[in-house]
Ligand binder design. Structure first.
Ligand code: SF4
Length: 312
């Protein structure tokens, strides 16, 4: 069985960070915008079904704090807990390019003014990428490390419609090509498994699409139900059933088997950062238990990243 960094059956992003930064780096999640095209209702868009009131932010209190306050507070907490000395500032919540360019520049400058900050990570959507934003990323990539995490979620339009993403598969594909053509940033995508009607063939097709794209990494999530989300209403009406842990492990295994070993993996599942917000499934609240369950499942199935990958 193939083994990767830390004896894992997949290529963890930590391996990339270790090579790139000669050691461990930790992300400081920050919130600098409180909006996105969906929440604004642009062109009839609606809030994504899974998105909580915090715009999928890790730290809900961040909305009331300035950027410096957030960086200093979370840096102190993470540095103390992990004895960490290298950090990436992660502009995570909502859509971080859905704001004025000058505000983005000021935020980047502020983050990089701290000597312990070694780079920037920007979360955004495939349909919020202006030429000026790409130029800004490229400008900062030349001075520092810039990674972009694109919320693709699915390459199937019916699933995107179900999630009310408000963008299509083609928009995601074009956005990825555009980012790689016009910048040299490190590019990752987020994918969500556990969609209604999702098939094994779709999971394999998703891996094959990833293999053909100029992406550097992938973050996997299971579609879970949080309070105050449209999905919670669907769940209570019996219109959505979250995937169980075994079925999810099977999908992760299928995906990794067919995924090229060149693509790094951020994580294998979604973990609710605020337990009290989790409605279902309960296994999502057990971060360590779920991670170990997935690793054990992969090992039992003799499944590992690239096992069935064909470089045609
Ligand atoms: S997931 Fe992102 S794009 Fe969707 S509603 Fe939440 S913040 Fe907006």
């Amino acid at each position: 069985m193939a083994r990767f960094y830390n004896d894992l059956p997949f290529q963890p992003i930590s391996q990339f960070y270790k090579e790139r930064f000669s050691g461990k780096v930790y992300k400081i999640p920050v919130t600098v915008v409180d909006d996105c095209p969906n929440r604004r209702g642009l062109k009839g868009m609606q809030t994504c079904v899974f998105c909580d009131v915090w715009g999928s932010a890790a730290q809900s209190e961040s909305l009331t704090m300035g950027l410096r306050e957030q960086i200093e507070k979370y840096h102190a907490r993470i540095a103390r807990k992990f004895n960490a000395d290298q950090f990436l500032v992660y502009f995570q919540a909502y859509t971080n390019t859905f704001t004025k360019l000058e505000a983005l520049r000021i935020n980047f400058e502020t983050a990089l003014s701290y000597p312990f900050v070694k780079g920037l990570v920007v979360g955004t959507r495939p349909d919020c990428l202006s030429k000026a934003v790409l130029e800004l990323w490229e400008e900062y990539h030349r001075k520092s490390f810039v990674a972009v995490e694109l919320g693709v979620q699915s390459f199937f339009d019916d699933q995107l419609d179900f999630m009310r993403r408000g963008h299509t598969r083609d928009q995601s594909l074009k956005a990825i090509e555009k980012i790689k053509k016009e910048t040299s940033v490190n590019l990752g995508i987020h994918l969500m498994f556990g969609q209604p009607g999702e098939t094994d063939d779709q999971i394999i097709e998703t891996a094959r699409i990833c293999n053909d794209l100029p992406i550097d990494n992938v973050k996997l999530h299971n579609l879970h139900v949080l309070t105050q989300t449209p999905l919670e209403e669907m769940f209570h009406r019996g219109e959505f059933t979250p995937i169980d842990r075994e079925a999810y492990a099977h999908r992760v295994s299928l995906f990794l088997d067919h995924l090229s070993p060149r693509i790094h993996i951020h994580r294998l599942a979604a973990y609710s950062s605020r337990w009290e917000e989790l409605v279902a499934p309960a296994w999502t609240s057990d971060k360590m238990g779920t991670h170990q369950f997935l690793i054990d499942y992969l090992n039992q199935q003799n499944s590992y990243q690239g096992r069935l990958f064909k470089n045609l």
